[in-house]
Write a protein that binds this ligand. Sequence first.
Ligand code: ATP
Length: 213
Amino acid sequence: MKKVFGVVGLGRFGFNVAKTLAEGGAEVIACDIDEEKVRQIAEIVHKAFILDATEEKALKESGIANADTVVVSIGENIEASLLVVVQLMELGVKEIVAKAVNPLHGRVLERLGISRVIHPERDMAIRLAHSLLVGGFIEEIPIADNYSIFEMLPPEKLHNKSLKELDLRRKNDITVLAIKRGERFVVNPSGDEKILPKDILVVLGNREKIGFL
Ligand code: ATP
């Protein structure tokens, strides 16, 4: 069965999350308080609603809480972001990902115990700086359709975990071909190999799925 995603808040971040998920074949339910934003996403996603997501009744009726994963992308209004997250938790959403606009907002979201807190600007800046440090964004060699061989820095959540534990091939359709570790190359690494923070990974995978790592 198709995985269902909810996206609350269709600013630049939420809009692009919803659009990319829908283009990747997922079923997406999106909502925003702003009619124009909803109008723009409506032709791309499965369902789109104009609603104030802080209102429990509206949130419930939209069916967003039935999604497998809900991305809360309300930033500037921190109170609204927290109210929505708490209500989604109460409605039983298993996986909630929320955007934080500052460190305190991020800490509060983490304290609520949601699955993932994203700091888009901070993370993008760190990623850019890393890629500049290793001499430009890491290579991409297109292979077929959306598949390429990429040279990439491991995202933090992969650090110090073994390939067996991460199970990237099954979960993300990504195969680690080699690990560049300083001057050394670990080619065709075994499942016991751990990814270290300073490694550079050479992977074969789908462009979109790699973006989700
Ligand atoms: P981005 O950085 O992603 O572009 P932004 O800075 O434009 O976001 P935010 O304040 O983070 O704006 O809000 C993101 C979206 O959330 C906006 O489109 C806004 O209309 C929507 N939004 C804000 N409050 C609510 C709410 N209570 N219910 C539903 N949508 C909301």
